[in-house]
Design a protein around this ligand. Structure first.
Ligand code: NI
Length: 165
């Protein structure tokens, strides 16, 4: 891709993806004691399982749509992972996999193999998916009696979107 405005647009889109992952990691770090075990109700996934599900979904779509950049898939989707450092590592790895897949296919001018009319839609799909689960995590924490206060969550989540460098 040699066209400069297109390259700037791609960089802005990839920046939005990086911010999304930063926000997820910030939520992980802001969890109160016992937050990973919180769930909205019996039978619903815990916050820990939602994080590992997000990681898994990212890697499955990269595997199906840009296999040349695929990483090893976890054996299970809804893993109960109790180590926040391990979850952070997983999210960083899979965020990079999505980033590389989208950037690689856009720059090569190639469509995705299985889904989407344009490679950027993988990125948009994951943003939407993760925002959806982010809200579920906040609700699960609230229902479990371990809410994160708005004053604490705002600066590490919404503000990351609006920050000007
Ligand atoms: Ni989901």
């Amino acid at each position: 891709m040699s066209d400069a405005p297109d390259q700037r647009l791609l960089e802005a889109l990839l920046d939005s993806w990086d911010r999304n992952n930063t926000i997820l990691l910030n939520l992980l770090r802001a969890l109160p004691e016992g937050g990973l075990e919180a769930r909205a109700m019996a039978g619903n996934p815990s916050v820990s399982e939602l994080f590992t599900h997000i990681h898994y979904v990212r890697l499955v779509f990269v595997f199906e749509d840009a296999p040349e950049l695929a990483r090893e898939l976890p054996e299970e989707e809804w893993v109960v992972e109790r180590d926040p450092a391990r979850i952070a590592q997983m999210l960083d790895d899979s965020a990079k996999a999505v980033r590389d897949a989208v950037k690689g296919r856009v720059e090569a001018g190639r469509d995705m193999d299985l889904h989407y009319d344009h490679p950027i839609l993988l990125l948009q799909h994951m943003l939407w998916h993760e925002g959806y689960h982010h809200g579920q995590m906040k609700l699960a924490l609230k229902l479990a009696g371990r809410p994160i206060a708005d004053e604490e969550a705002g600066p590490v989540t919404w503000d990351v979107w609006m920050r000007k460098k």
